[in-house]
Structure formats: structure tokens, C-alpha cells
Design a binder for this molecule. Sequence first.
Ligand code: GMT
Length: 389
Amino acid sequence: MKRLPAIGITCYPSQGGSGIVATELGLNLARSGYAVHFICASLPLRLRQYQKNVFYHEVEVADYPVFQYPPYTLSLATAMAETAQKHALDILHVHYAIPHAASGYLARQMVGGDRLKLITTLHGTDITLVGQEPAFFPITRFLIEQSDAVTAVSGFLARETRKVFGVDRSIEVIPNFVDTRRFRPVERSHARRRFAADGEALIIHASNFRPVKNLPAVLEVFARVAARRPARLLLLGDGPQREPALAQARALGVAERVAAPGLVEDLDALLPLGDLLLLPSHHESFGLVALEAMSCGVPVIATSRGGTDEFIDDGVNGYLRDPDDVAGMAEVALLVLGDPALHRHLAEEARRDAVASFGARCVLQRYVELYDRVLGGGGGPAGPAGPAS
Ligand code: GMT
């Protein structure tokens, strides 16, 4: 029987969507029989449980008094090359270009380009913010050109990459996906009463609380809603804007209606408790959490800037508004919360579209086909266990 390719995956291990996508991809590949080696700075958030065919290699960052900054990129390149040699990796699949594609490029040179292929998946700010910093721009363009294959999580991001970096190589769009068996609607339960009493609307925002997530708009919209009807806001995640958001909640007089439990690992248990998800980011190349909420049957009000319109159909399975349009977001939030039939309709459409087009099974096959192409037809189809749907 033909051996399935062995895949090395590198990603940011924290709560960000790129790490989640990379981890879920690896877990699903492993279920299909691929040997998947995660090479990361620390254990990715969703990789806590043992799973067959999954291996974890922690990057040890060497420090030395002469270094002003420990050279993580080099330590990662060494870990990648060593893992590739020891475990006969066929592909290094890096998520988020900076600095992972640079380490992957070095590792491929160390191992030999004909033996190890480099695939770079672009996620968002690696292109739209960080990659456009003058210090990173030329190397990001170089790495995009040098990867054996490049994918982007939305058509928006692929176009933006071509436009900004002036590259004309192929960038395959493989959208993000969701485990629709895990992220699913639940019956209203006592779990919801931890956050909202019966009769109160529960609005959720989940992110890594960076400025791009536009937390001020989340609080503004919530305050406008709470002024008109009983409501609670649940802020899930952690990051630099969390404290300023809580200060804003105090200034708006809604602090006692806002809960912020911090970083949570059971997003799949908490998202379906909400009545609405707010994601008013300044831009969002995809917006994975919006898709996860939709899969839970939770209507979403998301930013119209970026790639969200590739899975959110405004007025049909959710709403898209300009991130500065606080009044418009509050208006649709009140509309949906005040009309149970409309809420039910949106929830059903959202769930149906997530299952039909963004389940792990169909999207994962796209990565498998890409691996196959990059290896010149050597990869195999998903094995008997098959990925989650
Ligand atoms: O680019 C980032 O901001 C980081 C990254 C992450 O790790 O969370 O987010 C990006 O990748 C996600 C997964 O593909 C996308 O769902 C997010 O839309 C994207 N973030 C932005 O574009 C701001």
C-alpha cells in the first residue's frame, strides 16, 4: 500500500484562528492516517489530548548573553529540518507567513528542496498588517514566491496578496472550515443561565482582543442594545484590548452586564449559548469564529471589510456592516433579538450554510489534493476513518 505523505505543521499555538485552523487540519489528517508532526513554540491550544498519528516537537529557543533577541526563527528552522530528516517528512505546511515561512524556507534548503516541500498558508495580518511593515515587506514577498505552494483562507486575502506584493504566482483559495459535529446548536440549558437570565439576550464576542478586532464598537453596540432591552455581553478570549474594553464598559454604565472570563478552551460549549455574535473588526480576512458561531446556529453581525462576504450573505444567514457603523449594527441586533421568527430563520440558514459548504470533510479534501499535486501525484486520498464533517 502506498505510504501517505508525512506532514510537518507549524503554527502559532495560542488562541488565534490560524493556530486553530492548523491544529484542526492536522488532527483531521491524522485521523485519515497521515503522520502529522507539529513543530511549534508550545503545545497548540486544541492539541491537548492524545491522538494517534499526531506528534509534537517543541522548539527550544537557544539564548545567549550576546543576543539582544533570541533567534527563534533559526531555532524553528533547525527543529523543522531535524524533524524532517528524522521522520522523513514530505511537506512542511506553515501557517502564518511571518516568521514560519522563513524558517520553512531555511529548513527546506538544509534538507534539500527535492525531498521536502514548503507550503505556506496565509491567514490575514501576516499579509494585511505585519507583512506590509517596511521591515517585513521584501522578505514576505520573497517567501511567497519561494514556497512550493501558497494558499489563502479567502479570495479577498489572495487578491490582496497579489495586489500588495505584486506577485503573480498562483495562490489557491482554501477557505477555513469548522467541525460541524462539535460546533452545533444546543438546547437552551442551565449552562446559559451562568451568563444570562431567562428573558435576557446574550451577545457574544470572541477574539484575541487585538486592536483590529474593534472592541470599542462591540461595547458601543452592546450599550445601545442594553439601553433598549435586557441583555448581557460575554467577552471570550484575552489580549491587549481586554482591559480597555472593561474600562469602556464601566464608562458606558454597563459593566455589571458584561462578563469576561478570559481565555476559554471550550468555545464549542459556550458559543451556542449566545443569541448573537458580534465581530465588527476593522477588517477580517475570514473571521473563523463567525463561521463557528454559524455552525452553532448563532446569527452573526460581522464586519463587511475583508473576506466575510465569502460565507456570510447579508440579510440571509447573518449581517455585514461597516465596522464604523455602530448605529447600523445596533439596529440589526435589536431587530433580530426582537423577532424570534427572524432569529430562528437566520439561525437555520447559518447552520445549513456552514454544514453545506464549510464542514471539515469537503475543505480538507482540498488540502489533500494540494499535497498530492505538490508531491507530483504521490499523496493519497483521505483514509477510511475520514475527517470530521
Ligand atoms: O492574522 C491574524 O490576525 C491572526 C490570525 C489568527 O491567528 O487569528 O487571524 C487571521 O486568520 C484567521 C484564520 O484563518 C482568520 O479567520 C482571521 O480572519 C484572520 N485575521 C484577520 O484577518 C484580522
